[in-house]
Unconditional design. Structure first.
Length: 290
């Protein structure tokens, strides 16, 4: 019983942490749609080269709500594909707090942040340069898909003030409940398998370790980043393998991507492929440099 309540409590806490970010982003999205704010939308799109740079910097903030918030901006086509890729690659979930809790290992922190930033920026810029082949113009309005699935409001409403606040609340609650359910399910899976199961997969003195670690990083739960970081700090996992796993560890961002961008599954799987390739390359580069 204690393990069940513990899993639910942890899942609830993780979901609650996202609420301020989610609500803030949905207020912004609803304002842009409701006011037809082409200038504001154009500002994000004109960032160009600096979009992935900004996304990478935001991604380094140790808060899982960042990747979820950025995902919704991408689903609304406010930020570019390269920018969301940069956010995902730079996200480290629980890694930074864990390293900070080990003062004797503080040197690992700057190396981790540096290589993840470089990887995120370079990958984001490259992706934006070739993104037209992945992101095709569907002829839809920027936020049409985001709102259509939840039926949050009539897009031809009378322009009253509640048309911004109420849909934002509905969006926030919808994603909050979705994230909470997924977190609870993942928590039970990890509790059932045990952290030792993940550790046994990663403990291998093999050149292919970054490939495996990058796959483990896709698990949208803080347990993955905790295990990867702790195994590296204990000397079991190479630095490059840790980097590879943390580069694919985008928190709940990827899960939300498949919900909010569900009409474009090819794009979503393309993002997964890009993250995996960039993560493995970064992992081998980190092992060579450090």
């Amino acid at each position: 019983m204690e393990s069940i309540t513990g899993v639910i409590a942890d899942a609830l806490l993780d979901a609650v942490k996202m609420l301020p970010f989610l609500f803030g982003v949905y207020i912004l999205i609803e304002y842009m749609e409701h006011r037809n704010s082409k200038g504001f939308e154009g500002f994000f799109k004109r960032l160009g080269f600096f979009g992935p740079m900004g996304g990478a910097v935001l991604g380094t903030i140790p808060q899982c709500g960042i990747s979820v918030a950025a995902t919704n901006l991408f689903a609304g086509r406010v930020i570019t594909l390269g920018t969301i890729v940069a956010v995902y690659l730079a996200t480290s979930d629980e890694a930074i707090p864990i390293i900070l809790a080990h003062p004797d290992q503080i040197g690992v922190l700057w190396k981790l942040i540096l290589i993840k930033l470089i990887t995120a920026v370079l990958a984001g810029i490259i992706v934006d340069a070739f993104s037209k082949a992945i992101l095709k113009n569907t002829g839809e309005k920027p936020f049409e898909e985001l709102c259509e699935s939840c039926g949050c409001h009539d897009h031809e409403d009378d322009g009253q003030s509640h048309s911004v606040l109420i849909p934002a609340i509905k969006h926030t609650v919808s994603i909050f409940v979705f994230v909470l359910i997924i977190n609870i399910l993942l928590g039970f899976v990890i509790e059932f398998l045990g952290q030792e199961f993940l550790e046994s997969i990663l403990i291998s003195d093999s050149a292919f370790q970054p490939f495996v670690a990058a796959l483990v990083g896709f698990i949208p739960n803080c347990a993955a980043s905790v295990i990867l970081t702790e195994l590296h700090l204990s000397g079991v996992l190479s630095f490059g393998s840790c980097v590879a796993g943390l580069c694919t560890g985008a928190g709940m961002g990827l899960i939300v991507l498949f919900k909010t961008n569900k009409r474009h599954m090819k794009q979503n799987f393309a993002v997964l492929g890009i993250l995996y390739i960039a993560a493995v390359v970064a992992g081998f580069a980190a092992n060579s440099l450090f």
